[in-house]
Design a protein around this ligand. Structure first.
Ligand SMILES: [Ca+2]
Ligand SMILES: [Ca+2]
Ligand SMILES: [Ca+2]
Length: 193
């Protein structure tokens, strides 16, 4: 085989390999059904049983912000102070009683709710206060949930702040609590996107 023939053969082989490689890369359980690799959750284009399809549409929470004070009484979710932010939220208030029985909070609670009706996005929630009191924050997608499903941050080692990231999708309920400390401690709750 002449050098030029050999080179042509190599080119042909390389081309064939390039064509083969994409065909070998297939998603688990895919079968290549519909959509050319797009992975919708709905028939007829869903090509697997995975619940983690990556084409859910995220709608940014970039609507109007809202801010204001809590309104007592709000010790129960049914009396939660309602806000109507489509984007960032800032709420201020004060906790009337700090107490616990060693296992649960037995003092006051401040319930806040906001319905982000038109968006779903990950946000950052933060509860801040001044002093050494041990305030805590729980965040729920529904007050009927048996356990907090969005955030339960009960740190005792970082007086002054609790919080974290939450997946916002519609209504969110915030519960401000105080494990121990001084009645009347003022707090600020913020949600930013
Ligand atoms: Ca309060
Ligand atoms: Ca209250
Ligand atoms: Ca705490």
């Amino acid at each position: 085989m002449s050098p030029s023939r050999s080179f042509s053969s190599l080119l042909l082989l390389a081309s064939a390999l390039l064509l083969l490689v994409p065909a070998c890369v297939n998603r688990p359980g895919g079968g290549g059904g519909g959509g050319g690799g797009d992975d919708d959750d709905l028939p007829p284009t869903d090509d697997d049983d995975a619940g983690d399809d990556d084409d859910a549409v995220e709608v940014p929470c970039d609507g109007a912000s809202d801010e204001g004070d809590e309104a007592e009484p709000n010790n129960d979710p049914a009396d939660a102070t309602e806000f109507s932010a489509g984007g960032d939220l800032t709420v201020t208030g004060s906790i009337d009683e700090c107490a616990n029985d060693g296992a649960e909070w037995t003092g006051a609670a401040d319930w806040i709710t906001n319905d982000w009706v038109d968006c779903n996005e990950s946000g950052t929630v933060s509860l801040t206060w001044t002093g050494a009191d041990d305030l805590d924050l729980r965040v729920w997608s529904s007050p009927a949930m048996g356990e907090t499903d969005l955030l339960g941050n009960f740190s005792t080692t970082d007086p002054g702040a609790d919080g974290g990231n939450i997946a916002v999708d519609g209504g969110v309920w915030f519960e401000v609590l105080c494990w121990e400390g001084t009645p009347g401690t003022e707090w600020t709750l913020t949600v930013t996107f």
